[in-house]
Design a protein around this ligand. Structure first.
Ligand code: FAD
Ligand code: NAP
Length: 501
């Protein structure tokens, strides 16, 4: 079934074609009418996809079709943001009103690189904006990384958030010690979820994950950084939240690290405010009298600094992780210790931690869906200038795909607006090719998808899935119980209306 704006578009095309029969050239219809719509395809429906769309719609001639690999929208807002951070997910309200707009269509369950190729979109649209995020995790590239129960934070987060590809993650929480490698906010999310925050069962966490976490036997969680407290990547609010949750059982190692570098509160004065506040919190943690696991029942979290993963050791018969070997690092000077950009050097000292779970949380990276897209593999992003893909006249990118996997949703909004602005200026300056021609947009794409028998999920279908998820959740006292199986989502979607597209 076609959405209103698509039907409207076809009507437009027909009337525009009859109005311009005399201007046929090179097999295409040239249109004299400058009020012709500008058709834009946006790939990916995370924050970047929606914020880019929102800004593009400021030009009344622009129509946007959003293509999303999954049957459901919102990217990492649904599948990344932690279940106990419900307030962050409120952004979906504004995304929903954008999607309901007259000049927007949503086509879910359509993957670029699988169901469609970039050339299909470039042919059908005046411009294409890639917003498909960073869907791979970075590797440590050390021995033993493939051992059992060594998993990526991306998969762990996907598992508890119900990402279809991670729903069957083979994770064992029956050990007493877990090591999380990396000291960013994703690492803190993973640690916090393992610490079982209050009311987790009432959130939109998948019930299977919640049950397994509830039964977890983990009593100590190491959060491991190769640099020092001043170089940690997590932010103050998230650290404070974890310390609060972990009451008296959060501590840092080495405990004397600040003293060893002659750092006291006064020494922090030269730091930028956000960095100073974060460091003060860690300094506090190093001096406060902490309880021990023997004194308190619970789970202990240990921020371990200056420790670089060297090797993961698996049990010879089970293949399951048993130890992680860490090489101690050191700063060349006390000045480096308080320089947030400093990189320490390796020492000869190796420390071993016995553990039954390793979570690698060292960042995400983007994939190259087409070999012609210029990638900066170091950054994990597409090479672009203000969102315009280098070497292309009508291909753009925004969000994490444009900046690398860094920053919060507000930062993604900024990057998306920069990209949209670049495209709007190209339209304004008539720098975009083929602006004088009618582009078939989703009609041409639908023919391709129909031939490939792709079941497309439209936004109304998603709204029904959304409603059912809420109802099922409500029945068991949760905000939502997510469908975690693509076929199940498609069944719910196809029951609602005729899926002919
Ligand atoms: P994404 O959100 O990843 O969206 C990309 C979309 O593209 C997805 O829907 C994906 O399915 C789709 N896609 C992928 N491949 C294809 C393809 N081939 N074809 C079609 N579609 C495709 N920020 C905060 O402000 N607060 C938080 O609490 C917070 N928590 C986070 C927790 C985690 C674990 C992570 C990883 C990030 C978190 N962030 C948080 C950051 C925030 O999620 C990002 O800033 C934001 O999601 C980036 O948006 P994006 O649209 O670029 O990418
Ligand atoms: P991140 O902030 O870049 O942190 C990655 C961590 O991994 C850093 O501590 C980094 O240390 C470490 N690391 C990288 N390579 C390593 C290696 N080879 N060996 C050991 N350590 C290594 O990435 P992230 O945690 O995945 O978060 C991504 C973005 O999402 C961030 O901007 C984050 O703020 C955002 N986010 C926000 C929230 C929130 O607002 N609540 C929640 C989750 C995520 P070095 O510094 O030494 O490289």
């Amino acid at each position: 079934m076609l959405s209103t704006s698509c039907r409207f578009t076809i009507k437009n095309i027909l009337s525009q074609r009859s109005a311009s029969r005399t201007l046929i050239s090179h097999g295409s219809y040239q249109i004299a009418d400058r009020s012709l719509s500008v058709k834009v395809a946006v790939v990916g429906s995370g924050p970047a996809g929606f914020y880019t769309t929102q800004k593009l719609l400021k030009n009344e001639k622009v129509e946007v079709d959003i293509y999303e690999k999954l049957p459901v929208p919102f990217g990492l807002v649904r599948y990344g943001v932690a279940p106990d951070h419900a307030d962050v997910k409120n952004v979906v309200k504004s995304f929903t009103s954008i999607a309901k707009g007259d000049r927007v269509n949503f086509f879910g369950n359509v993957g670029l690189g699988s169901d469609l190729q970039i050339d299909d979109l470039l042919h059908a649209y005046h411009a294409v904006v890639l917003c498909y995020g960073s869907s791979q995790d970075k590797l440590l590239k050390i021995e033993g990384e493939a051992s059992k129960n060594t998993i990526s934070a991306r998969n762990f987060v996907g598992w508890y958030n119900g990402l279809p590809e991670d729903k069957d993650l083979d994770i064992d929480l029956s050990c007493d010690t877990a090591c999380i490698v990396g000291q960013g906010n994703v690492a803190l999310d993973c640690a916090r979820i393992l610490l079982k925050p209050a009311n987790l069962a009432k959130t939109d966490i998948t019930s299977y994950a919640q049950r397994r976490i509830e039964e977890s036997k983990i009593r100590r969680i190491y959060i491991i950084g190769r640099r020092g407290p001043v170089q940690a990547s997590f932010t103050t609010k998230e650290l404070r939240e974890l310390i609060k949750l972990n009451q008296n059982l959060a501590r840092i190692e080495p405990q004397t690290i600040f003293q060893d570098h002659n750092v006291n509160l006064k020494a922090l004065n030269s730091m930028p405010r956000h960095r100073r506040r974060l460091t003060e919190l860690l300094l506090d943690l190093s001096t406060a009298r902490r309880k021990t696991l023997d004194e308190l029942d619970g789970v202990e979290s240990v921020f371990k600094f200056m420790a670089k993963p060297e090797k993961i050791v698996a049990n010879a018969s089970t293949g399951r992780v048993e130890q992680i070997e860490l090489r101690r690092t050191r700063f060349a000077s006390d000045g480096d210790f308080i320089d947030e950009y400093a990189r320490p050097e390796d020492t000869d000292e190796i420390e071993t931690i016995n553990c039954g779970l390793v979570i690698r949380s060292i960042g995400y990276t983007a994939i190259q869906v087409d070999k012609h897209i210029p990638m900066d593999f170091r950054k994990g992003a597409i090479m672009n200038t203000n969102g315009k893909v280098q070497g292309f006249r009508n291909l753009y990118c925004s969000g994490w795909l444009a900046t690398g996997a860094t920053g919060v949703i507000a930062g993604t909004l900024n990057s998306s607006h920069v990209t949209a602005q670049t495209l709007l200026q190209d339209i304004e300056k008539r720098d975009l090719p083929n602006l004088e021609r009618v582009k078939p947009g989703c009609n041409e794409i639908k023919t391709i998808l129909r031939a490939k028998k792709v079941s497309v999920v439209q936004f109304n279908d998603w709204l029904r899935i959304d409603e059912l998820e809420r109802q099922i959740g409500e029945a068991v006292g949760k905000t939502r119980e997510k469908f975690v199986d693509v076929n199940e989502m498609l069944r719910v979607a196809t029951n609602i209306q005729d899926k002919a597209i």
